[in-house]
Design a binder for this molecule. Structure first.
Ligand code: FAD
Length: 456
């Protein structure tokens, strides 16, 4: 079993050859920090709209090194933190516009991949979430009723038999499915997008670390970059930048990938349409059937490291492999003998209120996109298009969406941050175990944890 080495996705396509570093001081129109999906989509749409702009992307390692090359490959229409918060803050219609934009963004990513010749193993089979305890069942039924109030969710509630015919998860009591999600191979999308961006004339400098972002200026370990606009696209790594330690909490998420599974296993599991699979546990799991017939299944692992430290190449503790394997075996007993080929982790950014944001401060010229928690694969494209519109001063539908220029308070200082995060995940774990033993309703421990985290 390979542990770390960035991700199984990069392992599959081979580590990329690093592009040259920044050769020294540079002056451009737009400087983007981070070559993940946020930075690359922003560069892509800016350059398409204004080919004359000089745009540079500055990346500490290589394009797709972060979460964009490591994630679970859910290209989903989910709004980070849920639509409910926007109904409360901006009203029903604004939340509806946001949902419609997310649906359209799933198709936009698929369309651009096609246009740019990016083969990212994309298969749009929708999103399937399952409930396998009485308390989860109660939550899923309430969720379905709430989602069905929206015109754009297209959510179906499936009873146990119908659900098991789609994906045969042991112990299924009910499930929900909607069509607005696709499975992707994340590193193929990141690598293909970086090539497309470069082909369009954007400069990408790799192996170059930004130390500090100041108005119209980046201080890097290879020189100073001056620009009219700066885009901060560092998501889970943002805490490493000067002055931003408490903005977004770097949360770890981990995945395992099995060996390719034989046909007799798939005959039992069904799961043939490229659906992405999740559940209604508090510490939820997420999974996909890969294009080469593996199961890649992810979850929280060790969620947070003291002092907002981030990992290097995705090294993952053995206990996480055990936890994720145990979930997979419980869901799919037919996978008990499957070898685990790879385990890895990555880091994502969690704002204090669990709500993603994009924005631009005109005075400093600094734009940003991130805080997507675990739902950034689609949101990064919407972020990229929105940041491009903000920079270009377009009065578009996108810049009026309710996540634009949203500000949130900082996380608590250490050791409070560590104690709180560790305590909350312990609480969610206890709640899940109580529910697995048959508790009929959502554990009050989880309800209290939700209030404290600001999770909706
Ligand atoms: C394990 C895991 C599973 C996930 N699964 C899903 C999923 O299935 N579906 C979904 O929607 N979302 C998922 N997510 C979240 C999603 O992957 C992210 O939200 C998204 O990829 C964020 O993209 P980004 O470009 O903003 O950040 P990143 O991809 O993290 O890119 C940031 C880049 O900035 C670079 N960088 C950082 N600091 C500096 C610096 N100081 N100087 C220069 N460069 C710097 C990094 O090297 C990195 O390349 C998952 C995340 C993880 C970690």
């Amino acid at each position: 079993m390979i542990n770390g080495n960035v991700s199984h996705w990069w392992q599959q396509i081979g580590a990329p050859e690093q592009r040259p570093a920044l050769p020294g001081d540079l002056s451009v129109d737009v400087a983007i920090v981070g070559a993940g999906y946020t930075g690359l989509w922003t560069a892509y749409y800016l350059k398409r709209a204004r080919p004359e702009l000089r745009i540079a992307v500055i990346e500490a390692r290589h394009a797709g090194y972060g979460a964009s090359g490591r994630n679970g490959g859910w290209l989903t229409n989910a709004i980070t933190g849920g639509r409910e918060q926007y109904i409360e803050s901006h009203g029903f219609e604004a939340a509806e516009r946001f949902q419609r934009a997310m649906n359209e963004t799933v198709d936009e990513v698929i369309r651009v991949a096609d246009r740019e010749g990016i083969d990212a193993d994309i298969k749009k089979g929708g999103e399937f979430n399952v409930a396998y305890t009485p308390a989860q069942e109660a939550r899923i039924r309430a969720f379905a009723a709430s989602e069905q109030r929206s015109k754009h969710t297209d959510l179906q509630l499936l009873e146990a038999d119908e659900a098991k015919a789609k994906i045969n998860v042991a112990g299924t009591r009910a499930a929900v499915w909607h069509p607005h999600s696709a499975r992707i191979q994340p590193a193929k999308l990141a690598a293909g997008l970086a090539d497309a961006v470069e082909r369009s004339g954007v400069e990408i400098y790799e192996g170059t670390r930004v130390v500090e972002i100041s108005p119209h200026r980046l201080h890097t370990d290879h020189g100073i970059v001056s620009a009219e606009y700066i885009v901060r696209a560092t998501e889970g790594f943002t805490a490493g930048l000067k002055g931003l330690r408490r903005l977004w909490l770097p949360m770890n998420s981990s995945l395992i990938a099995t060996e390719p599974l034989p046909q007799h296993v798939w005959d039992e599991l069904h799961w043939s349409e490229g659906e992405v699979l999740g559940d209604f546990a508090h510490v939820y799991m997420y999974a996909q059937r890969t294009a080469d017939d593996r199961i890649a299944i992810g979850g929280r692992g060790v969620p947070y490291r003291y002092g907002s430290r981030t990992d290097t190449d995705g090294q993952t503790p053995a206990v996480t492999v055990e936890t994720l394997s145990e979930i997979m075996h419980r869901f799919f007993p037919a996978t008990r003998d499957a070898t685990i080929d790879h385990v890895w982790s990555g880091v994502l950014g969690v704002p204090r209120d669990w709500a993603a944001t994009v924005g631009l401060d005109r005075e400093t010229g600094i734009a940003w996109g991130g805080g997507y928690v675990g739902t950034g694969v689609t949101s990064t494209n919407l972020a990229g298009r929105t940041i491009a519109d903000l920079i270009l001063g377009e009065d578009s539908e996108l810049v009026s969406l309710p996540w634009v220029n949203h500000r949130v308070r900082k996380w608590e200082p250490e050791p409070l941050r560590w104690i709180a995060t560790k305590g909350l995940y312990t609480a969610y774990g206890i709640a899940d175990r109580a529910e697995l033993k048959g508790r009929e309703t959502t554990s009050p421990i989880a309800r209290i944890a939700d209030v404290i985290t600001g999770r909706h």
